[in-house]
Design a protein around this ligand. Structure first.
Ligand SMILES: NC(=O)c1ccc[n+]([C@@H]2O[C@H](COP(=O)([O-])OP(=O)(O)OC[C@H]3O[C@@H](n4cnc5c(N)ncnc54)[C@H](O)[C@@H]3O)[C@@H](O)[C@H]2O)c1
Length: 299
């Protein structure tokens, strides 16, 4: 009953452009919508460059590179989502914004379209209730970078119809992801677990327990994590981590999730991680980012 041919992604930032790339590579037509022309231009450039890199490395064929680009459209006009079968929002982690965006999407989308949110921590149930079709709203939580990370965390609410869940699982396999199904609860499975490490790593840095690099190395070599919690925070975005920590503190009523001062300070200074060029590491030196010295960022 549900189709998975035409896709729309709303929000062309870190996640939106990655999701659009993966869908286009999987043979789906995709329109990427953003309110900022600049974000769309950057997203298109990043996708083109990722595909070129993959082609040069022999990971994809030149045919796939050009076919994926042909299947991708960008638009500043939300009307472009009208004929999509599945619309995934990837706008910033702000509940009211997500509700407002999905409410508008709901008004424009065809009745049988499935609406999805890429929220990392907000209530999918609350977002779903901003639409007239909560049974067709689902959480599709992708991971960064989307074309590399294998997991798709599917979040269901009490209202999500079983057919929509089946469709979401099919969608995951069509795009080459492994899906897990999690019931709507603050932080789901992944954000709730992942943020514990990140916040504790920040507290240790604040207390001068060890350097950025040594804290990251502890988790990589001591526990086999592919990347340390501070570098991962740089990739996710410190602003995104802060929003998740605030939301979990409130919703789980657990002080363990309270954002450390260092996180608030760095976000207020615009040190958002890789996307701003500076986070716990300096990303301006692209090849191997240098860890920020303790006295550089925390005074
Ligand atoms: N960054 C990560 O690693 C990561 C990982 C998993 C999930 N997420 C989640 O994905 C979502 C997006 O995060 P991001 O890091 O990609 O954010 P981002 O800030 O990089 O991008 C958000 C984009 O949304 C656009 N936007 C804002 N309001 C809009 C509107 N009304 N209509 C259309 N476009 C609008 C912005 O112009 C921007 O380009 C968040 O919910 C976040 O929690 C992020």
């Amino acid at each position: 009953m549900y189709q998975l041919n035409k896709m729309a992604v709303v929000g062309a930032g870190t996640m939106g452009h990655g999701i659009a790339q993966v869908l286009a590579m999987a043979g789906m037509e995709v329109v990427l919508v953003d309110k900022e022309a600049q974000a769309l231009m950057l997203a298109h450039q990043k996708i083109s460059s990722n595909l070129k890199k993959a082609c040069n490395l022999g990971k994809i064929s030149p045919q796939l590179e050009s076919a994926a680009l042909e299947r991708l459209r960008i638009s500043e006009d939300m009307q472009a989502i009208r004929d999509a079968d599945l619309i995934i929002e990837a706008v910033p982690e702000i509940l009211e914004l997500k509700k407002e965006v999905l409410k508008y999407v709901d008004q424009l989308a065809k009745p049988e379209a499935i609406l999805a949110t890429n929220t990392s921590s907000l209530s999918v149930d609350e977002i779903a209730h901003s639409t007239s079709r909560p049974q067709q709203v689902i959480g599709l939580h992708f991971f960064n970078p989307v074309h590399i990370m294998k997991l798709l965390e599917i979040i269901v609410t009490k209202q999500t119809s079983p057919d929509v869940l089946t469709c979401a699982r099919t969608f995951a396999s069509l795009i080459g992801k492994t899906s897990i199904v999690v019931h709507n609860s603050p932080g789901f499975a992944t954000s709730r677990l992942g943020i514990c490490f990140a916040l504790e790593a920040m507290r240790m840095l604040e207390e001068g327990v060890a350097s950025v690099e040594d804290i990251d190395t502890a988790m990589m070599l001591g526990y086999g994590h592919p990347m340390g919690p501070l570098k991962l925070t740089d990739l996710v975005g410190l602003d995104v981590r802060l929003a998740i920590a605030e939301s979990l503190t409130t919703n789980l009523k657990n002080a363990a999730f309270a954002p450390p001062a260092i996180l608030r300070t760095m976000v207020s200074e615009g040190k958002l991680g890789q996307k701003s060029g500076q986070g716990f590491y300096n990303w301006q030196e692209k090849k191997s980012p240098r860890a920020t010295q303790l006295n550089e960022s925390h005074t």
